[in-house]
Design a protein around this ligand. Sequence first.
Ligand code: NAD
Length: 488
Amino acid sequence: MSLTYDALFIGGGWVQSAGATPITVVSASTEEVLGQVPEATRSDVDAAVGAARDAFDDPAGWSRWEPARRAEALERLADGLDKRAEEIALRVSGQNGMPIAVSRQLEAVFPATLLRYYAGMVRDRDPEERRPGLFGGTTLVRRDPIGVVAAIVPWNYPQTLASFKYAPALAAGCTVVIKPSPETMLDSYLLAEAVQEAGLPPGVVNIVTGGRDIGAYLVSHPRIDKVAFTGSTAAGRQIGEVCGRILRPVTLELGGKSAAIILDDADLDLATTAQSLFGATLLNNGQTCYLSTRVLVPRSRYAEIVDVFSGFVGGLNVGDALDPDTQIGPMVSAGHRQRVEGYIAQGRAGGARVTVGGGRPAQLEKGWFVEPTVLADVDNASVVAREEIFGPVLSLIGYTDVDEAVAIANDSEYGLGGSIWTSDPERAVAVARRVQTGTIGINNYLPDPTAPFGGVKASGLGRELGPEGLAAYEQLKSIYLDSPPSAN
Ligand code: NAD
């Protein structure tokens, strides 16, 4: 079945695009055409930003509503997404190759959960706080919504990563223009339908299609107040430069090359740990920003742990993303598969030992599949240890003692995720404290909506999720009440 859309969701309704060339969306598993959407033009972006601006500036509009009224609207939106959960999962997995079991658990669930979380956070919150001053007097500290938000999203978790932005932004009283990735446009129409059904005022949520050029046009648009971006570090640097020049607040969630530190007392019995290891290292075909793709292995147990990983990775079920038994689906595109295969070749050329995988699965003729692969004996200075591969490829690196493991973990341009594997929880936390990263898990890794998520170093700027994720969409104003007279 092919889905064809001929309009864009702007100002609460469906607007014909001025664009002549549609974007075609293709299945990563079968290479079949799944549908088409219009490609937004600059004038479509102007219209979307204009609608968001008008909605934000309306003196009786969304940004001025009582928080409780906004919270109710967000809960209606969550209900609308729940109703569409299975269709969301099917569209996401069809497009980007995410195993359907993963999209049913994350893409179909996380956005509604986050909307309800932020609705609950703002419902009864007073946006003003009175603080007694140190020199007498009182200050009224006020939180205002920051304004019109441009939310730019990658293809790997299109629904979840969009919600990381629009859920807190809307709860704060902002209006948004969302730009999904060209690879995953079809699921964004389900979000638009849910927004319309929930009765959000026109212009509060707008969605524009297009790639890098339209994204860049949106980032520098004069009528935008804040940019929230998730994607590659290369694009994040360009967006950061633009926002720096025009002094526009920006949140950047970028790439990663995180480390799993396997301590010498780790229990790696696959009967109990396979699921956690999988979630921390290979989720979504390795196309997840926070994965621990550098696995640091104690030399005292090196051969044994290489065998464990080779067995674990070699035993994964590779197949069509829509098959509920699939654990590893295809890469998002032919070009991306080529990139991943290029890294495997560079790993081999650099002296890494391929213990499992390394090629294409023979039984799958269509789709952009890569065999789940383990590279052992990797040097942390080599390309496969330094650059983000974004595929089902783990690099195993030996270490002698914990200090060396921490030093290797920290010897990276990135700092987004990570994990510690040990039988001793206190030891785990002590090591976790020493790793330069924004987030880290113990014997598992799963971001929680209540805790700030984001990276250090080249992994980004700012945080999403938790109360900190809401604060990123607020502007503070201090009103000095009854200040004491100044001495003169
Ligand atoms: P990408 O940077 O190519 O594109 C991301 C989005 O930005 C797309 O919508 C794209 O059209 C747009 N874009 C690209 N260049 C732009 C520019 N100069 N100005 C404005 N918009 C621009 O990334 P991708 O290949 O779609 O996604 C994969 C990357 O995303 C990986 O590096 C991954 O680590 C990263 N990622 C990070 C996180 C995180 O939370 N830190 C989460 C998921 C993915």
